[in-house]
Design a protein around this ligand. Sequence first.
Ligand SMILES: [Fe+2]
Ligand SMILES: [Fe+2]
Length: 272
Amino acid sequence: MQIRVVIEDTSSRGLPAEHGMCLWVEACGRRFLFDLGQSALFADNAARMGIETREAEFAVISHGHYDHGGGLPTFVELNDAAPIYVHRRALGEYYSIREGKETYIGLDRRLRDSGRLTLTDGVQEIAEGITLFAGCKGRSFFSPANRRILKSEHGQFVCDDFRHEQSIIIKEGDSNVLIAGCAHSGVLNIIDRAEEIAGAPITHVVSGMHLAGVADLAFIDGLAEALKAKGCMCYTCHCTVIEAYERMRATLGDRLAYVGTGDTVAIGSCGC
Ligand SMILES: [Fe+2]
Ligand SMILES: [Fe+2]
């Protein structure tokens, strides 16, 4: 299995970066995109990396925020056949408090009428060995950074419950790989749900952890300890931010790696 980072907040390989996430995944004999960044940049980066986005068999959008689904209009133009799996709540009205003001951070809601979206909910095997799921339980290590994220419901701003978030589990050989976006629901809660669905331990996690601006170091240390107890290999990026990554690495050591734009994660004996 190979996971290539097309868009991430950082870059050390001469590719432009932007705040967001887009992964090209080759697994279980399938090739697909997980998230699409915030703009058309994913398509440019993919081309530079020798990735043919036109040949993606499907795309998954992890949740209804612009930095994960902003590239959708470009993808729809580039690829006229691939199903695009979007949670049925991901086209809701989502906001972030920025400089004291509610700022829209949702998807382009006109996409609803494009006829290209496959709306999802719950648990669904989208290809052999690849399971999409939503519906995390629990609030363990729920990031304080989530307090700045809202949704608008019936004309009122309320805290986002992140029921629009979905992730995937890839089962290939002995590996059970979890891929998540920002993991707003809490990466541990998502791992727990994934293990419940897979009926086996998650061996690898590729995910943001939404720790930007989290000053509570005890929270970050506790999360790292809990991930260590899980025993999985974690590849993180995006909203984890480098400072929190470095803090967690003191606990997790080589069980945690940061992946930036242009990097590749190879999992499995053949690394393919
Ligand atoms: Fe994000
Ligand atoms: Fe997000």
